[in-house]
Design a binder for this molecule. Structure first.
Ligand code: SAM
Length: 244
């Protein structure tokens, strides 16, 4: 018999990030220098709830994989790291399809600011979709949380990064859209996201002429695999509002 708990878990904050869809979000934190905010909500939107947090350089965010909850979970999963060919137990992976749908990420804390009447933590390096509910925030404590000789199983090394090229039209568009206050560090963000090669593992194993799209800020970024590697073809205003 599995036990249930009477305490209800609620969002203490929502994450505001340039990532408007799951496809393209890095698979772990710290891989892309992306900036965003943790916006405190309800009774937690009180400066006292984060008093003293500015003494720390990094935070743990505990959050809900809210976009995947409806799909439930499975005992085994096929991690993209293993090319999607091998099954591992859900608890041996960072799968987003988990029994309680809880994720955790270490992010860098840049400061505590007010934005539109909300207390916000300015952060970078997150791997979270815009609007992700945050269920807890804790300071990262290096003496205990950092274990330099830890063994990382299938994920011992950081993933390989691929070269990213912008065609001349995309260069002009990135200069134009990157000059707007609502899409800061745009070029570096596109480069960082695409350098991870977000394609599913089965696509990487063969010739791939597909046109891909990722949504960053309020822009759709179109790209494909070309002779030089990952090629950015076009940036186009998308349907979504910029949340950061
Ligand atoms: N660092 C966290 C962990 O280990 O628990 C998350 C790792 S998980 C593999 C990262 C992926 O989660 C991202 O690439 C993105 O596709 C997905 N993701 C991020 N936010 C999400 C959300 N709110 N709902 C569902 N999936 C999300």
């Amino acid at each position: 018999m599995s036990a249930s708990f009477s305490n209800q878990i609620t969002a203490v904050a929502y994450c505001r990030t340039p990532y408007k869809q799951k496809f393209g979000i890095p698979r772990q934190p710290g891989l892309v220098d992306v900036h965003g905010y943790v916006e405190l909500t309800g009774p937690f939107n009180d400066p006292d709830s984060v008093r003293g947090l500015e003494q720390y350089s990094h935070l743990w965010l505990l959050f809900c994989f809210h976009e995947n909850l409806a799909q439930g979970w499975k005992t085994t999963v096929r991690p993209p790291r293993l090319g999607g060919n091998e099954k591992l137990g859900v608890f041996a992976t960072r799968s987003t399809f988990r029994p309680n749908g809880i994720g955790q990420s270490v992010v860098k804390l840049h400061g505590i600011v007010r934005r539109g009447g909300k207390i916000c933590l300015e952060i970078s390096g997150m791997d979270l979709l815009d609007g992700t509910p945050i269920i807890d925030i804790k300071p990262y404590i290096p003496f205990s949380d950092a274990i330099p000789d830890a063994i990382g199983g299938m994920a011992q090394e950081a993933p390989v990064q691929y070269p990213v090229h912008f065609c001349s039209e995309a260069e002009a568009q990135v200069a134009k859209y990157g000059a707007r206050p609502q899409s800061p560090n745009l070029r570096a963000l596109i480069e960082g996201v695409l350098a991870q090669d977000p394609r599913p593992a089965y696509k990487k194993a063969k010739d791939d002429a597909k046109l891909y799209q990722v949504a960053l800020y309020d822009l759709d970024i179109f790209w494909q695999i070309g002779p030089k590697g990952i090629e950015v073809l076009e940036l186009r205003p998308g349907m979504l509002e910029s949340g950061t």
